[in-house]
Design a protein around this ligand. Structure first.
Ligand code: ZN
Length: 317
């Protein structure tokens, strides 16, 4: 079918994404909140649940924060890469610092530490004023922890500079995990014209003959092996600027998975929508035929397509 190839376009045009102060502010503020929540969760896992496997822990925390940032970028429709990069780096740094800060904060409000201080105040009432101030600040707490040492697997203890180096290595792993997630997601198609990510507007599952018609209709090569069903997903930016993405997924008789990505113009999108409507109508007709409708006599409906309703003037000829 010669006309079909005209529906397929190469790719969405790559237009530069403009900076938007409003979106940057939305993304950055939500990213800061996400980083704070992740830091609290990391502190709970590490200090309350005592789950902090070496190397794996900062990577897991980074992937969680990265996934949250990707979700925020899609919700706020932020596709400007420098904005995403700067705010994600800041969020990652905040999550690293936040973990250590919450550890310090828990230590400060620890009742055991408070009891010690109360005992000291009772014993030395003349210096009580000075004792009410916390014994150390955040940096002092970190330095004390570094001197005490960080236990590592195999009976090793990283002390002093080695403890700081191990925290720095954790921080780098977290930052890399965050950036890997965000940089993977920003490669997804984004419409610079209306400022939105492509998202699914229609999708479903087709039986083999229907899939064959769909695949042939968009001019793609039909899956060569016997295929039971083909899943399809039609994607568009928010305003439908075009082109439209069509993803086809199928599994052959040997159980191998195949995927096919196409970009369609408006005519191609309309053809896919038309086929989807035809299948929905066919399925509805099958449902009605198989299940006897108790209200069939009062609400009988025929297919609205070709039939001309009685009483309606015959338009056209
Ligand atoms: Zn658009």
């Amino acid at each position: 079918m010669p006309e079909c190839s005209e529906w397929i376009v190469a790719r969405p045009p790559r237009r530069p994404v403009r900076f938007s102060a409003a979106r940057a502010a939305m993304f950055a503020s939500a990213a800061v909140a996400a980083a704070a929540i992740v830091a609290v969760l990391a502190d709970i896992a590490q200090n309350d649940l005592h789950w902090a496997p070496l190397v794996l822990f900062p990577v897991v925390i980074g992937l969680i924060l990265g996934a949250a940032l990707v979700g925020i970028a899609r919700l706020t429709q932020t596709g400007h890469r420098p904005t995403l990069l700067a705010a994600s780096l800041a969020a990652a740094a905040l999550a690293v610092a936040g973990q250590h800060f919450f550890a310090y904060w828990n230590h400060r409000i620890d009742p055991a530490v408070g009891r010690e201080r109360a005992k000291a105040m009772a014993a030395f009432p003349d210096v009580a004023d000075r004792l009410t101030a916390p014994a150390e600040d955040w940096l002092g707490f970190m330095q004390t922890a570094a001197q005490r040492g960080r236990p590592l697997p195999g009976g090793w203890v990283a002390r002093g500079e080695w403890a700081w180096a191990s925290w720095a290595a954790d921080a780098l792993l977290l930052v890399f995990a965050v950036l890997a997630m965000v940089a993977t997601a920003w490669r997804l198609p984004y419409c610079a014209r209306c400022g939105s990510w492509w998202r699914t507007i229609r999708g479903g599952r087709w039986t083999a003959p229907e899939a064959g018609r769909l695949v042939a209709a968009v001019g793609a090569e039909y899956p060569p092996e016997a295929v039971a069903t083909v899943r399809y997903r039609l994607t568009s930016c928010r305003s439908g600027c075009g082109p439209f993405g069509l993803k086809l997924l199928w599994r052959d008789s040997a159980g191998r998975d195949f995927a096919c990505d196409l970009w369609l113009n408006t005519a191609g999108r309309d053809r896919v929508m038309q086929l989807a409507d035809e299948v929905v109508r066919r399925e509805q007709a099958d449902d009605r035929a198989s299940a006897p409708d108790p209200l069939a006599h009062s609400t009988e409906r025929t297919e609205p397509t070709e039939s001309v309703r009685p009483g309606e003037p015959d338009a056209g000829d």
